[in-house]
Design a protein around this ligand. Sequence first.
Ligand code: BGC
Length: 248
Amino acid sequence: MQVLGIDIGGSGIKGAPVDLETGRLALARLKIATPQPATPQAVAAVVAELVEHFEWEGPIGSTLPTVVRKGIVHSAANIDKSWIGVDGEQLLGEATGQPVTLLNDADAAGIAEMRFGAGRDRGGVVFILTFGTGIGSGVFVDGHLHPNTELGHLEFKGMDAERYAAARVRAAEKLTYKNWGTRVNEFLQHLENIFSPDLFIIGGGVSRRMDKFEEYLVVETEVVPARLRNDAGIIGAALTARDRVHSD
Ligand code: BGC
């Protein structure tokens, strides 16, 4: 079975049909720049464009970099504030004419990694952290997701943790990998002290460059890079939409 997966991020909106048996993209993905300001209507128009490109008819799973509960958007750290309170599933459903399941981007990436990637067959407490514009988190206990954890907004060093250690901060403050990797390590240590996880999976674009900073990640907990890289959100969103169809 295939489901169209869409990953809505701060800089790009990407999508592709996903083969759910293999966890691979069935066609080359298409990426369109996120419109600025990233209002609900502007983003919905891009999602409709993706659906048209793939001539897609059927269930769609989509991520959003926000808290999403029962389809409703409850936060907007790195996306236009007018998303707050919007029924995102209804909006995207109307824009595309197809049933849409919406979930947090890091939760989606985690779902994909747990099924097909670095978290496969891993029980216990697994944290996936995505480092990009912000820091996203997906928390799994024996394979079950605790959704919308938002650990990137834990207060750390007097600020939101993502303002200290997101990948964007490395570029904005021109930090070396050593300095930035040390910040990431401090954040992991903080999480370790609070939650005692069994595994950290490092996701987001930086997971490709983990060789540049893994030597600075010296926490006691095992740390591994995500395997599905930038496709994890697309794949996890598609898996979630499939599960929704089956449970209805
Ligand atoms: C948002 C999260 C999101 C993360 C990564 C944070 O600023 O609050 O919902 O998962 O960025 O995109």
